[in-house]
Design a protein around this ligand. Sequence first.
Ligand code: 13P
Length: 240
Amino acid sequence: MRPLIAGNWKMNGLSGAAAEVDRLLADFAGSTPDSLDILICPPTTLIAAFASRFENAGLLIGGQDCHPDAFGAHTGDISAEMLIDAGACFVIVGHSERRADHHESDALVRAKAMAALRAGLTPIVCVGESEAQRDAGQAEAVVAQQLKGSLPDTREGDEIVVAYEPVWAIGTGRTPTLADIDAMHASIRRHVGHGVRILYGGSVKPSNAREILARDNVNGALVGGASLTAADFADIIRAA
Ligand code: 13P
């Protein structure tokens, strides 16, 4: 399966951050390798500028969230249609930071994923257990429940991506053992079709990317902190 390496910039990046993406492209002599998909999800304010500036360089641009509705009285929200209009082709939905900060339920995440498909975006549906849930031996059951509640109904030709991001591994420098990644990704695979890419996310960095990306059923990575620095993100792309 064609790997997808996605950078989630979260709430980081002002207009000058385009220079960091220029450095990333310079690392690949102007255009990215065509054996994999490379996606950057910058803050919404940068999507349109990044999409027009980098589309010819082979970079994909995505959003970090969308509202279930196409338009309407929802102050401060962004619809999937608006993301497409700005040049995005993917959108992250159900990131654990949104599930925590904005109390997003599985049902809401599912509605957002359905909105993405309606608009023609590929949703990246995030799931992952907390540390307490893992310690209690519930990690696979929790993720299975999240998948059941959050995955959209798909029709022929719809593309979705699942990202497994254990909450306790995000921004902590800690990662599950490779055996735990194997077990979880195999478990997720039982819930999704064979064509669905399953990304691992949580403290992916140049030093661990190669071993994680080599595992069965790991079809790419969702990278936070290390995607903000061109040199680190380039190393992760090379690892894939
Ligand atoms: P870090 O790579 O900073 O741990 O973040 C992972 C993440 O949340 C990506 O969505």
